[in-house]
Design a protein around this ligand. Structure first.
Ligand code: AHR
Length: 505
């Protein structure tokens, strides 16, 4: 049986876990907002039209900060359309997703929904078709306490208290030719710097995210980060990373090793940011906001997009409704491991997205809401990963992949909360044919007890949760865990994700 060994030692840490690592993303896209979180006619709808069954699931998922309202959508968005009396709000063409935006849900409604799901708002400004002036207007409207035209307008629209949004994205994926207002790194860097400086004249403590590359596969990747940070280094706090993974050409072995790529991606962006820091002799460190990450079958979506009729501008069409398998959820779990392993520099992340659109939660209009396979690793990691991330000291058997060469069979990370006396270990077995035994050396933690051990796996790695069978896949207790002295032993089934909770005795 293949094997791996992990040592947990609280004296060696990567860094503290920022709760913002467990963020989400809600874009006005497909059935995410309309017929997703908002469905006034639904039996579960509350007085504002939000589905309470969805609210319950989002709370269970444990999402911290939520990025809004896009995504590609934001690059054509006029925020003013989405405030004020609903009946007066204009319907607009959404060029990004070839849809009609009704603006029934806007800033005030979304802020109210966030209170219900207990999450923090992270706003993106439109630097595609708009610029600094409109970003300043949105900031003043959202955050200024009162006494100016825009802040009084907010109050008149029902929000006496400012929204007090702390995190702001300066546009979205401005390197992508598909983006409305796509620019060169130089042009974007200049407008981002100008906008950031101006926003700080209203509130110097804002946390600002400048756009990194839309993926590490972009021809401009690396150079984009360098040039953009050259212009904005002292103006911003974060640079964004976006990454989506999918199984391509039946190469499951490489797909299961996607987090190797994510690790490398993060290390590369950190190196680039630190290069600019050195050149500028700056005392400041730029961190990463990994504000779009997931498994997404983009190739399938691009095929489908070709079929769209140019004359049809539907409201809330079914777009990007990927149905996730066990294998997808295992990869997803390993992406969370990668984010945790870089907790010193990745201090904010947003799972893209939340409901119906490449999402852990699915809904049917007038029907139920259910958990996709990816729901489980997110919810349990968000619940158990507390305190600090321990330096990964992992020794694992390996296997060969076409994309990434020789990679470890097991991926793992451990977290430790000294005050609560609790630790957690997250593990992935990438083997497709063998169970793998993992030993955990917990001697440095002192005397501990195993409090929980849950695994996501299935004899059919393509099994999914669907409308017809919403509970086909779930977490099961891993009954193989033993504690002998200071060694925990666990067997991981092939293609599986596992979380183990430990407590000081
Ligand atoms: O999450 C879906 C889309 O992916 C977002 O709108 C965009 O930013 C990215 O390309």
């Amino acid at each position: 049986m293949p094997k791996a060994h992990l040592t947990l030692d609280p004296h060696f840490t990567v860094g503290p876990i920022n709760r913002r690592l467990f963020g989400g993303f809600v874009e006005h896209l497909g059935r995410h907002v309309y017929d997703g979180i908002y469905e006034p006619g639904h039996p579960e709808a509350d007085e504002e039209g939000f589905r309470s069954d969805v609210i319950e699931l989002v709370r269970e998922l444990g999402v911290s900060t939520i990025r809004y309202p896009g995504g590609n959508f934001v690059s054509g968005f006029k925020w003013e359309d989405s405030v004020g009396p609903k009946e007066q709000r204009p319907r607009r063409l959404d060029l990004a997703w070839h849809s009609t935006e009704t603006n029934e849900v806007g800033l005030h409604e979304f802020a109210s929904w966030l209170r219900k799901v207990d999450s923090e708002l992270m706003l993106a400004v439109n630097l595609g078709t708009r610029g600094t002036a409109e970003a300043l207007d949105l900031l003043e409207y959202s955050n200024h306490r009162g006494g100016t035209a825009l802040s009084q307008q907010r109050i008149a629209n029902g929000a006496e208290e400012p929204f007090n949004v702390r995190m702001w994205c300066l546009g979205n994926e401005m390197d992508g030719p598909w983006q409305l207002g796509h620019r060169s790194a130089d042009d974007y860097g200049k407008i981002a710097s100008q906008t950031a400086k101006a926003m700080r004249q209203i509130d110097r403590d804002l946390e600002l995210v400048v756009c990194g590359s839309s993926s590490a596969q972009m021809p401009t990747f690396g150079e984009w980060e360098r040039v953009v940070l050259h212009h904005t280094y002292e103006d911003v706090d974060y640079i964004s990373c976006h990454a989506y993974y999918e199984e391509r050409g039946g190469d499951m072995a490489s797909f299961l090793a996607s987090s190797v790529n994510m690790d490398h991606f993060i290390d590369t962006v950190v190196a680039t940011a630190d290069h600019v820091k050195a050149v500028k002799r700056s005392a400041k460190t730029i961190n990463i906001s990994f504000d779009e990450w997931n498994v997404w079958y983009i190739d399938r979506w691009q095929e489908r997009a070709k079929e769209f009729s140019r004359d049809d501008w539907p409201v809330a069409p079914r777009l990007l409704e990927d149905v996730y398998s066990v294998a997808d959820a295992v990869v997803f779990g390993s992406l969370m491991i990668s984010l945790l392993k870089h907790a010193d520099r990745v201090t904010s992340a947003s799972l893209a997205q939340l409901v119906n659109v490449i999402a852990p939660i699915m809904t049917e209009p007038g029907g139920p809401a259910w958990r996709q396979t990816t729901f489980f690793p997110f919810a349990l990691t968000s619940q158990l990963a507390r305190g600090t991330v321990l330096t990964p000291r992992l020794d694992s058997d390996t296997y060969e992949t076409k994309e990434y060469g020789v990679v470890p069979l097991v991926d793992a990370v451990a977290t430790h909360d000294e005050e609560a006396g609790e630790s957690a270990v997250f593990l992935v077995n990438r083997s497709q044919d063998a169970a793998t035994t993992v030993t955990l050396d917990v001697a440095a933690l002192g005397a501990v007890a195993v409090t929980s051990a849950h695994t996501l796996s299935d004899d059919d790695i393509h099994a999914k949760n669907t409308l017809e069978e919403p509970e086909r896949v779930g977490l099961v207790e891993n009954g193989t865990v033993t504690l002998d002295g200071s060694t925990v032993t666990v067997t991981l089934p092939p293609v599986s994700w596992t979380a183990i909770g430990l407590e000081r005795r």
